[in-house]
Design a protein around this ligand. Structure first.
Ligand SMILES: [Cu+2]
Length: 555
């Protein structure tokens, strides 16, 4: 890898600062949450170093911030937003000492990781722990096993909507497949929607019978969006300077809470090479849609006329149920060629000119194929799951999977309950516990098909913890034994299930643990759109849950 990362830098121009000042006259200190060292988003050259333990200290606190110039209360790690980028090699061990400086319990989930043998470090309150009590610390300590690629860490509740997020990059031990072009440098781009109020101030109205704007079940519509934690409310965006005639790997991560978004760069064709940690055969694209929590790596070749170009992260307003006055959905940053000799800082024209080649399509998940072909085995178990939104017992709209809306356990968690009664906690198959918990249990090794029907009229990005799944089928309507594809299908860990559609997701249940399967829209988790998959309870019973986790429940 060539040493050219010093060519990059990220800065807020004085022009942008004045735009921000006009927007809300923020206090000077409220702009300082972004890393002062812009190299935080450019990956280092640790790849190839000997395996080692990498230790981070996370201090979660409530602060005032103004990522887009509008001051608000935020919850952040180490007074940074986004939080620290964790960059490791696949054979490393990661140790993160997480101190909870908030007034509520919290936990950190390491998205996409398999946590093989360490399911108790999955960071889900009510499932793998009770949550870190205020003032206390939990040390997460795990290895990566078979996982490599682009991912992120976040609080597993709407607390992440308030700022507890960061990138997690796991460099693979194996070299990239020959089909992957060699790139010169890597840049992490965390794309998100953004709200001007704390998530806790939206939740009661969202879950109430009358709903927000008198619309029961309508999700809070974000005010704007951010790129690496910087946005300009009615302003311009983040700036990146790139070398001429270089090949960059842009690691895109949707760290937001609600709308999907479309990423593109004006006048540049991009090449997709990674989907949620799976290296895919290179695909030339004009733009790519990401649902909440999805990751895509694209290659950018800086071979156009030296100039400034818009980088776009457009929020999908089709998912909004009302208009939020002043909402900004056209989120932009700037790519500046280092050999562009001009005082011009932003492109004059704001209209999207496209990628420069009208024949190049947007990314198609259905057309994506892993670079290293794998045909999944036939399934040995099949389960039908349907989800829908309906008024709950108190009138507010809740989400239901097979008629069950999830309510998290408090003062205990599923893993410790399974340990106490591995045979009787939940019989094999689909079971409902306490009328508020849907559990799928497999006692033995199985290859499982989740046949999921989205009966709702909106799309939902579903995430399976602890595993990647193969997408062996998808289509409109409901699943009625349509033909499935096991010829090198894409595998990933988060899939957008379109409105009124079905998918069949296949995975091998060889990772003992309790794995959440849920919609990643933060508001929908709060409405109960989550179920649990209990894999091999006898092995879960043998796991040594750290005392620091079981002791959380007494607080
Ligand atoms: Cu959802």
């Amino acid at each position: 890898m060539r040493r050219i990362t010093q060519l990059f830098y990220l800065f807020l121009s004085t022009q942008l600062r004045s735009v921000q000042a006009q927007a809300s006259t923020p206090q000077p200190d409220t702009l300082s949450l972004q890393p002062q060292d812009p190299s935080a988003f450019f990956l280092s050259e640790i790849q190839g170093q000997p395996p080692q333990t990498r230790t981070f200290n996370f201090d979660i606190t409530e602060v005032n911030g103004a990522p887009d110039g509008v001051k608000r209360t935020m919850l952040v790690v180490n007074k940074m937003f986004p939080g620290p980028t964790i960059e490791v090699n696949q054979a490393d061990r990661l140790v993160v000492n997480v101190h909870n400086g908030l007034t509520n319990k919290t936990s950190i989930h390491w998205h996409g990781l398999f946590q093989n043998g360490t399911a108790f470090f999955d960071g889900v309150s009510g499932i793998s722990e009770c949550g870190i009590p205020p003032g206390e610390t939990l040390t997460y300590n795990f290895t990566f096993g078979e996982f490599s690629g682009t991912t992120w860490w976040h609080a597993l509740s709407t607390e992440y909507t308030d700022g507890i997020t960061g990138a997690l990059i796991v460099h693979a031990t194996a070299p990239n497949p020959p089909s992957t072009p060699k790139y010169d440098a890597e840049l992490v781009l965390q794309l998100s929607d953004w709200y001007h109020l704390l998530s806790a101030s939206y939740l009661p109205q969202f879950l109430s019978a009358e709903g927000i704007m008198g619309l029961p079940g309508a999700e809070p519509v974000p005010d704007t969006g951010l790129i690496n934690g910087i946005g300009q409310y009615h302003g311009k965006g983040s700036f990146f300077t790139v070398g001429f005639q270089h090949l960059y790997r842009l690691r895109l991560i949707h760290t937001g809470s609600f709308p999907s978004l479309r990423f593109s760069i004006d006048s540049h064709v991009l090449t997709v090479i990674e989907v949620d940690g799976t290296i895919v055969q290179p695909m030339q694209i004009a733009g790519v849609q990401l649902g909440v929590a999805q990751r895509i790596s694209v290659l950018l070749t800086t071979n156009q006329k030296p100039n400034v170009y818009w980088m776009r992260s457009e929020l999908d307003t089709a998912m909004y149920n009302y208009v939020n006055p002043g909402q900004v959905t056209d989120i932009r940053g700037v790519i500046r060629y280092s050999n562009f000799k001009s005082n011009v800082t932003v492109p004059v024209n704001t209209t999207d000119p496209g990628p420069g080649n009208p024949k190049v399509p947007d990314f198609s998940e259905a057309a994506a194929r892993p670079a290293i072909a794998v045909n999944p085995p036939a399934s040995t178990k099949q389960y039908d799951l349907s989800f829908i939104f309906n008024p709950g017992p108190t009138g507010g709209v809740l989400a239901f999977i097979n008629n069950i809306s999830w309510v998290p356990l408090t003062n205990t968690f599923t893993m410790t309950e399974v340990q106490a009664a591995p045979i009787t906690f939940a019989p094999e198959g689909l079971q409902t516990l306490n009328q508020n918990t849907l559990v799928l249990t497999e006692m033995n090794l199985q290859t499982i098909d989740l046949r999921v029907n989205n009966l709702d009229n909106g799309p939902h990005p579903f995430h399976l913890h602890g595993n990647k799944f193969w997408i062996v089928g998808e289509g409109a309507g409901t699943y009625t034994n349509q033909k499935l594809n096991s010829n090198n299908p894409l595998s990933r860990d988060t899939i957008i299930i379109p409105a009124s559609s079905w998918v069949v997701l296949r995975f091998i249940g060889d990772n003992a643990g309790i794995w959440a399967f849920h919609c990643h829209i933060a508001w929908h988790m709060a409405s109960g759109l989550l179920m649990q998959i209990v894999i091999q309870p006898s092995k879960i019973a043998a796991a040594a849950i750290p005392g620091a986790i079981t002791q959380q429940c007494a607080s």
